[in-house]
Design a protein around this ligand. Structure first.
Ligand SMILES: *Cc1c(COP(=O)(O)O)cnc(C)c1O
Length: 236
């Protein structure tokens, strides 16, 4: 299938999942997970209507920014962000989806202050409590949100999660439902007057329809749009 046809098919599935859940398709943002994709593929995806790209490696983000590959779309950072790479990401992306700890939050605030900008962020929640994954516990997420609420150069927009890899279809629905409860609960707290908790980022190629059924407002899809990634390189 051509890229355009794949994008159309995914959009169709998003729309169907939204309607089945009594939601409007426009409520859900499609974020194309562009890791390992070439500049040409990224440009082609944007030409075919992709409006948000998600990168999870700083090196690739940097290279594609230098090529101006994301022209016409937003780019989000969705991967593990190391302390020494913060300066390459803050101010270069519309949204950092993967803020998982206090130290990183402080560094983002500091860098954004230096640039004189406000950086939009999501807090990443390790909803499956997996030792192998980064992400805050629900309690820690609440504490981070309160801290972010005190910061002048960070604006908390919501939560992101990567639940455990499901072995069977539907297995992750309970994690998505838990995320939704946490999101609604935190959004209701209004940690400060500025924050607008309006983004719940969850769902990937295998499980995005379940995520939409449980309230996702942004889904991150790679394989479903671009086909299988080469497996010879390790990518998160
Ligand atoms: C790669 C990636 C995705 C997309 O994964 P697919 O299974 O290919 O759809 C989503 N979120 C993050 C954080 C990723 O790194």
């Amino acid at each position: 299938m051509e890229l355009e046809a794949r994008i159309a098919a995914v959009r169709q599935q998003i729309a169907e999942a939204a309607r089945a859940a009594g939601r409007r398709p426009e409520e859900i943002t499609l974020c194309a997970a562009t890791k390992v994709q070439s500049e040409e593929t990224i440009r082609a995806a944007i030409a075919a209507g992709i409006t948000v790209c998600g990168e999870n490696r700083v090196q690739e983000l940097n290279a594609h920014l230098a090529e101006n590959a994301y022209q016409g779309a937003q780019v989000h950072f969705i991967g593990h962000l190391q302390r020494n790479k913060v300066k390459y990401v803050v101010g270069h992306v519309a949204l950092i989806q993967s803020v998982a700890g206090e130290e990183l939050l402080n560094l983002i605030e500091k860098q954004a202050a230096k640039l004189g900008i406000v950086q939009d962020i999501l807090i990443e929640v390790n909803i499956g409590a997996e030792a192998s994954k980064s992400g805050a516990s629900p309690e820690e997420a609440d504490r981070l949100a309160a801290l972010a609420g005190q910061m002048e150069h960070v604006r908390l927009r919501g939560l992101m999660a990567i639940p455990p890899a499901a072995e069977q279809e539907g297995e992750n629905r309970r994690f998505f439902a838990e995320m939704r409860r946490l999101f609604v609960d935190m959004a209701g707290k209004k940690y400060d007057n500025e924050s607008t908790m309006d983004i719940l980022s969850m769902g990937m190629s295998r499980d995005f329809t379940d995520a939409i059924a449980e309230g996702a407002t942004l889904v991150r899809i790679g394989t479903g749009l671009f086909g299988p990634r080469p497996t010879n390189r390790a990518h998160g």
